[in-house]
Design a protein around this ligand. Sequence first.
Ligand code: ZN
Length: 275
Amino acid sequence: MNELPRLLIISAHPDDAEYSGGGLASIYRQSGRAVKMISVTDGSAGHHFRKPAELVELRRAEAAAAGKIIGATYETWDFPDGSLEPSLDVRWRIIEEIRTYKPDLVLTHRTCDYHPDHRAVGQCVQDASYLVTVPNVLPAVPALRKDPVVAYLPDHFTRPSPLRPDVIIDITEQVPTIAKMLACHRTQLFEWLAYEGDVLDTVPEDESGKIEWVESWILGHIAYRAERYRDEVMKRFGDAKGTEIQSIEVFEVSEYARQADASVMAHLFPSGKTS
Ligand SMILES: [Zn+2]
C-alpha cells in the first residue's frame, strides 16, 4: 500500500463522483493524496435542448473544471451515455485503468441502482476487482500483485438491501467544496436537472447565488443519508454530535475485492467511523 493512499472513483456520468464521493475526495486532496475521478460514459444523453456532440464537449470541460476545484484529475471516457452495457470492452478498460493508476481505494456504484449505466459500471468494476491481479487477462498491461479495496458509493436504494454503512464520514465541512464542484457542471445542474426537477425559474442569475442554490440542492438531496443511518451516526460519533450531523457519506466495502483490517480502513478512510 502506498504511504499516501490513492483514490480512484469510477462512476457512470460526469458529476456522479462528486455527488456521491466528493466529501472523501476533498478530504484526500486536503492531505495531498492523489485523486482521480472517471466518468465511464460521455455524458451525451442528459439534456433537453443540447445535441449530443455539443454536450459531450461541454460536459468534458465541466468535469475537468470540477476536478480542478480540489486539484484532482477528472477524465470522461467515450462510452455512450444511457446505453452502457457491462461489456468486455468496458471491463478491460477498467482493468487497464486500475492497473495503470494503481489506486489503494476504488469507489463505484452498486449493481442495484435506478440507472442502467450505474449498474453497468458497478458490474464492470466488480468483474475487474479480482482480474486486475491475473496476468493472462489483458496481458498487454502488467497485472497488479495486490488488488485495491473497492467500496460502494452511497445511494438510497433498498432492494435487495440498503447499503451497509461500513464507514461513515461527517462531510459537513466539505459540503461547500462539493457545491463548488457540482456548480462546474453547468449544463447539468442549471439546465438539465433544474429542467427535470421543474425548478428552472429558481436558478439565480449571479454566480454566488448559483453556488448557494447548488449547496441547498445538494443538502436536500443527501439529507436522507444522515436520517437513514441516524442510529449508527449517534453510536459512532456520540449522542451529542450524532444528533447534529446532517451531511454524511457512507460507504460499503465490497466483498469481491481485497478485504481491509481496521488499520487499513483507517488509512483509506481518514476521519471515517467504522462499525
Ligand atoms: Zn449518474
